[in-house]
Ligand binder design. Structure first.
Ligand code: PAF
Length: 285
């Protein structure tokens, strides 16, 4: 029977907890989240529980990764429900710092920059987003110093950039990506799905349908995959496409029509006021 879940809110208290775990020779996993937890997060936690005796989930809506016109103020916050869910799952601790605790000077003067790949696709639509993500992830990794940190594959560009940061900065942590969890009809779980109105919920299926259409065209190459996915997105008038792209998952740069092997199809769109992203990997024979 696991002990009662701890709820540290300060960096010093979460560090003390990790120090005690290390003294007992335990492995530590970190699951960084922004809360509003859904079944996708549950899979991240389950994967962490399989890999470490001590699992720390962080719940922190990071202002640094939201642009001035983005949804920071309305980003869903459900701290009580999140705490209950994490306790049920058997997490050791939930680290819920305040903005002041993480950014005592209001902002971090030192920033981890994601470089060129942080300015394309999601980064083109959300300038500065990935610098904010990498900076807070670097801070969380430095605070907790976990053996393993777990991220969802739904945020494909984020996962790619976190892995690259860990390599570039020689951070002593294994990064684990966990498969996207979907509703039975294909919609990828997202904390923002709760804002979809009933009609919009049906429109939102265009994203996963576009990925499936691209996958069905994989044996005809990249251009055919793009055309198939674009066809689906154009048919759905309730969806405004931000981007549709096919990248080589090893480099996250555009895959050419001569490409063979794995490709990652990325799609982002607005449905009503809700911005959604999704992706899937297919093999071109
Ligand atoms: O994926 C998220 O929820 C966030 O971008 C993360 C990794 C917790 C950093 O704030």
């Amino acid at each position: 029977m696991p002990g009662a879940m701890q709820t540290p809110t300060t960096i010093a208290s979460v560090r003390a907890l990790v120090r005690d775990a290390r003294a007992e020779g335990k492995r530590v996993a970190l699951v960084p989240t922004m809360g509003a937890l859904h079944d996708g997060h549950v899979e991240l936690v389950r994967s962490a529980l399989e890999r470490a005796e001590v699992v720390i989930a962080s719940v922190f809506v990071n202002p640094m990764q939201f642009g001035p016109h983005e949804d920071l103020a309305r980003y869903p916050r459900t701290p009580e429900a999140d705490t209950d869910r994490l306790a049920e799952l058997g997490v050791t601790a939930v680290f819920m710092p305040s903005v002041d605790e993480m950014y005592p000077e209001g902002r971090s003067a030192t920033v981890v920059t994601a470089g060129h790949l942080g300015t394309v696709l999601e980064g083109r639509i959300r300038p500065g987003h990935f610098d904010g993500v990498l900076t807070v992830v670097a801070k969380l990794l430095s605070i907790v110093q976990p053996d393993v940190a777990v991220f969802g594959e739904k945020d494909a560009q984020q996962l790619f950039l976190v892995r690259r940061m860990v390599r570039d900065l020689n951070l002593p942590v294994d990064v684990l990506g966990v498969e996207t969890v979907r509703e039975p009809d294909g919609l990828a779980l997202s904390s923002r799905n709760r804002f979809l109105q009933p009609g919009e919920r049906a429109d939102a299926l265009a994203l996963s349908r576009a990925l499936a259409a691209a996958g069905a065209a994989a044996d005809r190459g990249v251009e055919a995959m793009l055309a198939a996915a674009q066809g689906v997105m154009q048919d759905d008038t309730g969806v405004r496409l931000d981007y549709l792209a096919i990248v080589d998952p090893r480099t996250f740069t555009g895959a050419s029509d001569e490409h063979h092997g794995p490709v990652q199809v990325l799609v982002a769109a607005r449905v009503g006021t809700v911005r959604l992203i999704d992706n899937a990997v297919f093999a071109i024979p």
